[in-house]
Write a protein that binds this ligand. Sequence first.
Ligand code: ZN
Ligand code: FE
Length: 258
Amino acid sequence: MNLLPLPAFSDNYIWMLHDGRHALVVDPGEAEPVLQALDRLGLRLQAILVTHHHSDHVGGVQALREATGAAVYGPARERIPAPAVALAGGDQVEALGLSFAVIDVPGHTAGHIAYHCTLADGAPLLFCGDTLFSGGCGRLFEGTPAQMLASLDALAALPGDTRICCAHEYTLSNLRFAHVVEPRNAALLHHSRECERLRAHNLPTLPSRMALERDINPFLRVRLPAVAAAARRRDPSVNTTDAVAVFAALREWKNEFR
Ligand code: ZN
Ligand code: FE
């Protein structure tokens, strides 16, 4: 299996998985990068997986379906271009001979889902849309902090070697924020240097790995005293033993962080 991030818009990635003959894509916000890759690699598009309804994730669905006849899968609780197979947590999607487990991850949007696949020939894969980013998480457009924290906790419980395929290249700005939260986190400093090197060569910082995110991502670390203390320095009303309150304070802080 081959995994590649197709750049789209200014900072989106449309993830493509292919076996040399058939392909699937996740969150095609535009069709053109996918059509070009299919053509260049001589692939047939078999499936389109959608994580949530935002236009930078579904804008290319209709054109791709019309051009390729690929089946579309997406969240049952959101409006995405029809017809699509409606999915919710606990469902399985079969594509490319692989099985993808659907996980409900509300927070960024109310019906956001993620896809987790244990590959026969490599580390597990997670397509998590705009829920988990390397060093960060999605904004809370439709969900509550409690929902988003529960979603992130569910993802963080996946195997440590899971490759995390996020939908945006937000890593460097996330890591700058993470460093302000945890200035003494050595793993974070090391990873920041590696990502700066990659971006200097215009290379993706993704996929990330779950074990790494558990070490560097402040939004997965809200129960650590150092992270809770940082949230409290920012907002003195935060109860540091309340993970949801710490998470909410971090998320608000990040919203204003430049
Ligand atoms: Zn989004
Ligand atoms: Fe997005």
